[in-house]
Design a protein around this ligand. Structure first.
Ligand code: RIB
Length: 324
């Protein structure tokens, strides 16, 4: 394989001069530049990207750290990040943190060693200080860390209120909530939205709120226990679609019907929500737009372009299907 040294000796210049030409940095006379370019052509030299990143301390690569790509929300987000990054000339390295601080820190170290130019992060454990200490651009997506970090999130509380009110409008009198993990900001905002709507009803009882940890199996188990304890429940708002799908399954397992006995509404608007029987009513997040905006904003930071707004709370909308 042709190396930078071969190019240098073919052109009769030093390796440093070839580097200057390749990286368009530092003075090189017009004559020398032509000689180097000719040597590159004649030898068909392809600059080594790793060597270039070591030299320039940048790589046209960004990191994307998500909790778990097997959660169907995150591939949709990742696809948008990748499409946008590719259009702008960047590649994406994907890391799954499992929501664990040790893995998040490990991946941040690894990404820094690979000279990524910036990171998009969906984290509920990292602090403002840890992120600022990286000294590279970071955009937080889906999960808010601090108002000082560029962020793309959605109207979680508003969406939860819409969902709960919608079940009320459908005549449901005992509405339960399957919430997400207690340490995740968006799960708390969705739970608060639910409580704002039904928390003062005389029938309301804290045990109408159960934790499904944003996972299908946990949600199936939690829904079965909930409905066995409270057979009067006739509506469920689940804080994500994966748990809502779990709730539909639990209702079926108990020999009840959705929506006739129990109406169910989710949150996210993932593609899978259209594949269930019955199809899922949900609060749709603009998932693709979020990924697009995060990647575009991160790259604007990397390229030091002017940025008008750095904190986005995007709107959500109710999509009515069959489960309610
Ligand atoms: O399904 C995963 C959930 O985690 C989504 O609701 C999303 O908002 C994320 O935080």
């Amino acid at each position: 394989m042709v190396s930078i040294k071969d190019v240098a000796s073919h052109a009769g210049v030093s390796v440093a001069t070839v580097s200057r030409v390749l990286n368009a940095k530092g003075y090189v006379s017009e004559d020398t530049r032509k000689k180097v370019e000719q040597a590159i052509d004649e030898l068909n030299y392809k600059p080594n990207e790793v060597a270039r990143s070591l030299f320039k301390k940048q790589s046209k690569t960004i990191g994307l750290i998500v909790p778990d790509i097997t959660n169907p929300y995150f591939p949709e987000l990742a696809r948008a990040v990748e499409d946008t990054a590719a259009k702008l000339g960047y590649t994406v390295i994907l890391c799954n943190s499992d929501g664990k601080i040790q893995k998040e820190q490990h991946y941040m170290d690894v990404l820094m060693q690979k000279y990524v130019d910036g990171i998009i992060l969906s984290s509920d454990t990292l602090s403002d200080e840890q992120i600022k200490a990286l000294h590279i651009p970071v955009v937080s997506i889906d999960r808010e860390i601090s108002k000082d970090i560029p962020t793309i999130v959605v109207e979680n509380k508003k969406g939860a209120k819409l969902a709960t009110q919608f079940l009320q409008q459908k005549g449901r009198k005992r509405i339960a909530h399957i919430r997400g993990p207690v340490h995740i900001v968006n799960a708390n905002e969705r739970c608060e939205g639910y409580q704002e709507v039904v928390g003062n009803e005389q029938w309301f009882n804290e045990s109408y709120i159960v934790n499904g940890h944003f996972e299908m199996d946990a949600a199936i188990e939690a829904t079965i226990e909930l409905l066995q304890r409270h057979p009067e429940i006739d509506g469920i708002f689940a804080a994500n679609d994966t748990m809502a799908i779990g709730a539909i399954k639990a209702v079926h397992k108990l020999g009840k019907r959705t929506p006739e006995d129990i109406a169910i509404i989710g949150f996210d608007g993932i593609s899978l929500s259209k594949a269930t029987i019955p199809e899922l009513t949900t609060i749709e997040q603009p998932i693709y737009t979020m990924g697009e905006k995060a990647a575009a904003m991160l790259i604007e930071f990397i390229e030091e372009k002017p940025i008008a707004e750095t904190f986005y709370r995007l709107d959500v909308q109710l999509v009515e299907r069959e489960s309610s």
